[in-house]
Ligand binder design. Structure first.
Ligand code: 5AD
Ligand code: SF4
Length: 472
């Protein structure tokens, strides 16, 4: 196997930068182009931005060269992510040299982190907007059109964009993300998110339910409820009973048994038995939990301020397996955090074996300016050691994924068809409840994206299951 680098990890995490097309472009006076990097939350935010821009007369284009407004929704989570974005900005600079009227805006976490410093560092950037200030984008565009540099990076304690109907970008018409909360109060010491996305706040439950219902009516068959820490969702209105995440899940699941419900991300300290029982009760709540562990060493977990120990996490895994025996579990893992010894690293490997993850996102530690770890600890693990440990983690995960996939041979799953497989128009691609991708030959002409079909697993690769349709 070739050396797994942070680059591959970032690509996995980020998916592709995308150039959406939304609505009839002739209906709008001007065109915008948007590209997103980083977590699903950013992709979801870009759909809110598209809605705000549509309202103010901008239609989307897939070609940045024909856009009047080029936007890049950015990620700061690791240094590598920021480097990728700077490279992309220098490509936009070339277009702008040919087309001086074009405006370039930076959105998201990097905008928030660097604020107006961005305008000094990247001369071509005209607009800088933080994650809580997207409503001000039309005004900032007007300001920038008069030649001023326009910045709004104010964070908010209330903004949830609850009333904005996101414009679905690059959609397959089957699966959609629905943001249920913003920000994070956890203060993991390695993480820049609490600084770039601000305090945690939960979105009005009735607006979440309305959005999910609307998606279902439009033919969507899967919603993923999104938040940095969904299990701490908590919404109160006047004197009504507070709505916890378990209650919200139950209400979304009740929209229709044909609407699948997923969620991400869970913090191990916050996922409750209530949530696990709610998952067990509803067939359409997918049996899959992304439960980032970050490290398998209690000492490192404490330095990371994760607020749980190795043993506590193991007990959580046991509990999930007990209540949801067929649940898929995945993780995020960081190699080479400050002071990490070989023994700590071995603890991570053994915890991975204990947890039997189906899948993991794996990174080496990247010190981020302003985080608690940057202020408190020395980033003292040499890069070659970080990379070697990361590679060992990746190799182990490959083995675990293979074992997990081999166990699926001969099993039959209900699969929601998302579209054609990447390789062939004669094959469908879909997922089972556990979030595993299954590819299988088309047989029945009545099927289409959004249909459920029973598929028996006949073979597997490292990342994908292969199967064939069976009658129900
Ligand atoms: N260095 C490396 N990985 C990080 N993550 C967050 N911050 C850092 C960092 N400074 C990882 C964590 C988190 C995921 C989204 O990104 O594993 O869960
Ligand atoms: Fe970052 Fe921790 Fe919040 Fe996740 S829970 S966004 S890792 S601070």
């Amino acid at each position: 196997m070739d050396l797994m680098t942070d680059k591959i990890q970032d690509e996995q995490r980020q998916g592709e930068a995308y150039a959406p097309f939304a609505g009839d472009p002739n209906q709008y006076r001007r065109k915008f182009y948007i590209e997103s990097y980083g977590c699903q939350m950013n992709f979801s935010d870009s759909e809110i931005v598209a809605s705000i821009l549509n309202e103010s007369g901008f239609g989307a284009t897939r070609n940045h060269e024909e856009a009047d407004l080029v936007l890049i929704n950015t990620c700061s989570i690791r240094e590598k992510a920021e480097q990728t974005i700077r490279k992309r900005l220098s490509e936009f600079r070339k277009t702008k040299e040919q087309k001086p009227g074009m405006l370039v805006g930076v959105l998201g976490c990097m905008a928030e982190r660097l604020k107006s410093k961005f305008l000094e560092e990247e001369k071509l950037v005209d607009i800088v907007v933080g994650p809580d200030a997207y409503r001000s984008l039309p005004g900032l565009v007007e300001e920038a059109e008069t030649g001023q540099k326009a910045v709004n990076v104010l964070l908010s304690r209330e903004e949830t964009y609850a009333d904005i109907a996101p414009v679905r970008l690059n959609t397959n018409g089957v699966t959609a993300f629905v943001s249920i909360m913003r920000g994070c109060n956890n203060m993991c010491t390695f993480c820049v998110v609490p600084f770039t996305r601000g305090r945690e706040r939960s979105r009005d439950a009735s607006s979440i339910l309305a959005e999910c219902r609307n998606l279902y009516e439009r033919g969507f068959r899967e919603v993923t409820l999104l938040g940095q820490n969904v299990d701490s969702y908590y919404y109160t209105k006047d004197d009504e009973t507070p709505i916890t995440f378990a209650v919200l899940l139950e209400r979304v699941a009740a929209i229709s048994p044909d609407l699948r419900v997923r969620f991400s991300t869970s913090h191990p300290k916050d996922i409750t038995d209530d949530v696990l029982h709610t998952m067990a009760k509803h067939e359409n709540i997918c049996k899959y939990i992304h439960l980032p562990v970050q490290s398998g060493s209690s000492r490192i977990l404490q330095l990371m301020n994760r607020t749980y120990t190795r043993e506590w996490y193991q007990a959580k895994i046991d509990r999930i397996r007990q209540i949801l025996p067929d649940c898929g579990i995945s993780s995020d893992i960081i190699a080479g955090f400050c002071t990490e010894t070989e023994e700590d690293h071995q603890d991570t490997l053994s915890l991975m074996r204990y947890s039997q993850y189906d899948f993991s996102y794996m990174f080496f530690y990247s010190e981020r300016p302003g985080t608690l770890a940057q202020r408190r600890y020395r980033d003292d693990i040499p890069e070659d050691i970080k990379k070697r440990r990361l590679q060992e983690i990746v190799e182990l995960q490959n083995t675990l994924s293979r074992i997990s996939n081999e166990k699926e041979l001969g099993r039959t799953y209900s699969v929601l068809i998302e579209g054609n497989s990447k390789k062939s128009e004669r094959e469908w691609m879909g997922r089972n409840s556990q979030n595993k991708v299954i590819v299988f030959p088309k047989e029945d002409d009545n099927l289409q994206p959004g249909s459920y079909v029973n598929v028996t697993v006949t073979d597997c690769t490292k990342a994908t299951l292969l199967g064939k349709i069976v009658s129900p």
